[in-house]
Design a protein around this ligand. Sequence first.
Ligand code: UDX
Ligand code: ADP
Length: 464
Amino acid sequence: MTIKNICCIGAGYVGGPTMAVIAQKCPNIKVTVVDINESRINQWNDPNVEKIPIYEPGLSDIVKEARGRNLFFSTDVDKAIDDADMIFISVNTPTKTYGIGKGMAADLKFIELCARQIARVAKDDKIVVEKSTLPVRTAEALKNILDNTGNGVNYQILSNPEFLAEGTAVDDLMNPDRVLIGGDIDSPEGKEAVEALTDVYAQWVPRERLLTTNVWSSELSKLTANAFLAQRVSSINAMSELCEKTGADVNEVAKAVGMDSRIGPKFLKASVGFGGSCFQKDILNLVYIAKSFGLNEVADYWEQVILMNDHQKKRFAANMVKAMYNTVSGKKIALLGWAFKKDTNDTRESAAIYVADYLLNEQAEIVVYDPKVTEEQIYSDLDYLGSRSGDANRQAVTVVNDPLEACDGAHAVAILTEWDEFTTLDWQKIYDQMLKPAFLFDGRRLLEPETKKKIGFEFYAIGN
Ligand code: UDX
Ligand code: ADP
């Protein structure tokens, strides 16, 4: 069977870029991305493509090319479902904040709502593709809801986890290491569905990179990949603390270790802690699943990756306070960067939020500059923690549009996101405008240390 019409439910960081690339690469397929969030859809449809709601290098050009040709953004979810042969579910699956599994399990309510909506609307057979990161065996739950509440039509459920990383999403989608497609490969209908999706990707991805598995392997592979990547970051971060005590340099250690071809150089960059919508959530999911099967040692093993990450964020902030004579009360501290990594405007689980919160508890005055994150988002991230009132956050935190303004009159500057532009700031001018001693804390090992020390900064970097 040949797919002609795709619908994607969820116009977020995964659904938006993924569908834009499918539309660009497959001009014969009509791709409609739907969302219940009307303002988000309006932004995707903004005549000025620079105003689409997600910042990703290269994405606006693709949207410009495909939008209105075979790529559409709409709030009419029912119509898009009805028209489609293949429906991607790309809605958010946050960690539960209530009830059983609170703080650990994925909240599947948005997925379930999608399934019920598909079941209500669909009048002919559909292939439903899980794109959101989900706990293992969600496909089974999806199938159950569809089969029991639907209009008697047939559904094939595929798992097609997304491996794109934010900031490099377009590149990752254009040239993926692999595309994983899980389906019911033992039945002829399942096989046909898997082949239909494989044919979509084969329009630009070499066949040998298209991997077919059973549904549960596919679901678990996504959690495993993210757990392994996060584990590398926590491992090097653990070493960064040891380096600070022993005089070793974590960058040198990472380089030496990474040159072992069995280990490899990637994901060995020490930092103030990993963030993003996936790592923590997926590991918590893994821990929850392991516990629910009574696999306590497996659960504890992976949980430690998160505990180490929490420690790293706290440790960075605590070191700042310690260096500044054990008090930051009333001191102005400039935070450069708020996004969880460079080249994205996403702030979910960003280390910056937790560092700021720690410093605010120590009564610091915070000024934030990030080239892509809005003031509204920064306040909303802090309010979400619930550590203090919204008013108190707005009183203690200022957001500015200029990094030099952020640093003007500050006691300390901390680099929390590795934006390229921070390397070329006029650090002499920043130093001149700061209070002395001028503290500079590099949470990303971004800046060249010797020149900063020569200027006069009290310079501290993670793992050095
Ligand atoms: C991750 C996975 O990489 C991707 O495959 C999956 O689809 C979604 O989750 P993402 O969260 O977008 O992607 O970004 P990633 O590049 O993995 O970075 C995650 C966090 O780890 C960031 O905060 C980043 O700064 C941090 N990190 C990464 C480090 O601190 N050091 C490193 O060496 C690499
Ligand atoms: P991700 O990083 O997984 O893409 P986002 O939060 O960026 O997560 O995007 C998920 C999108 O899914 C949001 O824009 C949200 O409004 C949308 N969404 C959630 N539930 C539904 C639903 N039932 N129907 C349509 N869209 C939905």
